[in-house]
Design a protein around this ligand. Structure first.
Ligand SMILES: Nc1ncnc2c1ncn2[C@@H]1O[C@H](COP(=O)(O)OP(=O)(O)O)[C@@H](O)[C@H]1O
Ligand SMILES: [Mg+2]
Length: 258
């Protein structure tokens, strides 16, 4: 199990009598991106929350970067865990503080106890350039940016501390279709360049396909099918996967692997 960045074995999460994750097992090898696809309510975000440490498993084993999450209890350990596992926020409007410059937000990500922009100026500029913005934008405020630009800043904030594992949960659903495509392209490029290990969650199959190496299909708290994206998309084995694929071709930008 320790060879993978993430290894989950028979994970169950229940809220009272409602089972939300029902025996999920999966692994994410180093340097790969696992797409998680499934309709709303299937348990995708709950899975993300378990990995970040904000939802607690009812049973099962969850290992991230060699650490068994059931052993991560205390404040300092959890703090360290949450820096190593970064979640890119879904909504680029609410996720950035309107009163801080982009530079202040990024400095705080690097050093939460009073990171000063001047101290990290070079690093912040480099990170902004990596996500397709310019370094001098660090002096601006979020309201001066478009939704797509804000999402780039949010990505920069998640990546600037070199996390071991990145989770993107529906990060393009709040964006226009054309902007969605740009953000997906950016992530794919960063991934290739940086050997990022990532879980990329979306209800949209086409979106998942752009960024993922492997895909897990979730249905009612279970993974009904998993494998390399090309294989699952061209030769789906489970009826639910087939149904999702049949429902999706009309969606903008859908591209079934030939
Ligand atoms: N804290 C919670 N308490 C009770 N039910 C929850 C909680 N979080 C999620 N759920 C339920 O779990 C199911 C899966 O939710 P979620 O993981 O957000 O799915 P998805 O991200 O795939 O849309 C939903 O039916 C949701 O209502
Ligand atoms: Mg969700």
């Amino acid at each position: 199990m320790t060879e993978s960045m993430v290894a989950i074995d028979d994970l169950r999460v229940a809220y009272g009598s409602v089972t939300v994750l029902d025996g999920v097992s999966l692994s994410v090898p180093h340097g790969r991106t696992l797409g998680v696809v499934g309709e709303s309510g299937s348990g995708k975000s709950t899975l993300a929350k378990v990995l970040v440490g904000v939802a607690t498993p009812t049973s099962g084993r969850v290992e991230v970067d060699g650490t068994d999450l059931s052993r991560v209890h205390r404040g300092r350990e959890m703090y360290a865990h949450r820096r190593r596992v970064q979640m890119i926020p879904q909504d680029p409007y609410s996720s950035l503080s309107p009163r801080r410059t982009i530079g202040q937000t990024l400095a705080e990500a690097i050093s939460p106890r009073g990171g000063r922009v001047t101290r990290f100026e070079e690093r912040i500029a480099r990170e902004l350039e990596r996500v397709g913005l310019s370094g001098d934008m660090m002096h601006r405020f979020p309201h001066e940016f478009s939704g797509g630009q804000r999402q780039r800043v949010a990505i920069a904030r998640s990546l600037i501390i070199d996390p071991a594992f990145v989770i993107a949960d529906e990060i393009t659903s709040a964006l226009d279709v054309s902007v969605q495509a740009q953000i997906l392209e950016l992530l794919a490029a960063i991934k290739a360049e940086q050997n990022l290990t990532m879980m990329f969650i979306s209800h949209n199959l086409a979106v998942v396909q752009r960024v993922s190496d492997d895909v897990a299909v979730m249905h009612r708290g279970r993974i009904v099918e998993a494998g390399p994206v090309e294989q699952v998309y061209t030769d789906p084995q489970h009826w639910y996967t087939r149904r999702l694929l049949e429902a999706d071709p009309g969606s903008p930008g859908f591209r079934l692997v030939a």
